[in-house]
Design a binder for this molecule. Sequence first.
Ligand SMILES: NC(=O)C1=CN([C@@H]2O[C@H](COP(=O)(O)OP(=O)(O)OC[C@H]3O[C@@H](n4cnc5c(N)ncnc54)[C@H](O)[C@@H]3O)[C@@H](O)[C@H]2O)C=CC1
Ligand SMILES: N[C@@H](CC=O)C(=O)O
Ligand code: NA
Length: 437
Amino acid sequence: MKPVNVGLLGLGTVGAGTVNLLAHNAKEIGRRAGRVVRITHAAVQNLDKPRECPTDGITLTTDPFAVVNDPDIDVVLELIGGEDDAYKLVMAAIEQGKHVVTANKHLIALHGNEIFAAADKHDVVVTFEAAVAGGIPIIKAIREGLAANHIEWLAGIINGTGNFILSQMKFEGADFAEALAEAQALGYAEADPTFDVDGIDAAHKLAILGSIAFGIPLSFDRIYTQGIRGIHADDIAYAEEMGYRIKHLGIARRNDGGIELRVHPTLVSEKALLANVEGEKNAVMVYGDAVGPTVYYGAGAGAGPTASAVVADLIDTVRIMSVDPTGRVPHLAFQPDQITDTPILGNEGFFCGHYFRVQVADEPGVMSQITGLLAQHEISIEAILQKDPETAGDDALIIIVTKPVIEGQMMKFFDSLDDLPYTRPGLVHMRVAQFED
Ligand SMILES: NC(=O)C1=CN([C@@H]2O[C@H](COP(=O)(O)OP(=O)(O)OC[C@H]3O[C@@H](n4cnc5c(N)ncnc54)[C@H](O)[C@@H]3O)[C@@H](O)[C@H]2O)C=CC1
Ligand SMILES: N[C@@H](CC=O)C(=O)O
Ligand code: NA
């Protein structure tokens, strides 16, 4: 059979990783795909830049539209990242009836609803396994492997750079900037690394996961997002003393009032599987009503792991080419006319445990007044700790983990706590997650 010609856009970390992997496992890939898959053209920004892969047999150009418009190209592989150019190129490819493989979560999270509608209209597929949790086949697992389930919730470490930074700070004593620079050198970080550290990249991925898990439109702008910059070493130590680790999680869960979509630092029991995921590794837990808890673990970033997902998508795409469009797996897991606009909750509707650290004047009865105030707000305590702060001689630090409660109730408690005469400003607050694993 005629080889499948792939036009690659972007020959950076993932692009070069993909060229290398296609060459390294060419025989195995051909045996699986049933056809030879070859990259014939690649668009780059600088023709003279040294590459991390051989480019013989690939025609290089600085014009990505020349690749997209080439009639000999069957599949466009978008690996330039970012929003604007990628959007125009992907839409142009779709309009010409070309299938697309992309690793670009930014693009899918913001424009996926429109891109998938266009792809359906033109009878082509847009695959995006590499866009979430790098090499872990999480899209395939949720979209196909768990298709019989009503998915109740999912929670995961879905940014390799952020997890790598937290691990380097904890185990190697690295400071934040050092750890980030190392993640960048290793090819884990986004072109703009604030996307990694401010939780935006994780929110892009959570938008995709939430959509394929619950059959809702991609809803990036409704996601509650906090990054890792505010995590303080003292809280890592206090959390550990109470039996928790602090992880940056993306969580999507059904709740009586709607759906929670949130990305934030989270205390997780040290015994939970997610608590023990370190470095650039990612892990996603998905809870389906029939299957119960399932966990998917592996490398969330880096050339090889991401190329693994990209090439798997290419193989799928080659097989899909000969399938009647009505027999294909829907882009967002549910048939397009079954995607429903379920309400997405604001943070006051979240249901979870809370960690807070407050500095108070060390006077008799203060602790009992705080626990009494929690009781008044019908909030139960899971764990409690008292410490001396490093500064301020007569003050004390009170650190409490609560049982799960609606966040609006917790916010009212914080308001009342703030009104007490002996509490100092600077309350630290994080959420706590309990998992059955
Ligand atoms: N690096 C990783 O571990 C992962 C990356 N991704 C995604 O994969 C995509 C690519 O990421 P990386 O390879 O890490 O980025 P990168 O920055 O290493 O590579 C992107 C390449 O595209 C080129 N490029 C940009 N605009 C272009 C244009 N208009 N025409 C031609 N070339 C252009 C750049 O010069 C660069 O060489 C992004 O969407 C990223 O979010 C997804 C999963 C993991
Ligand atoms: N920058 C991302 C790359 C993979 O998606 C990350 O660190 O997870
Ligand atoms: Na993946």
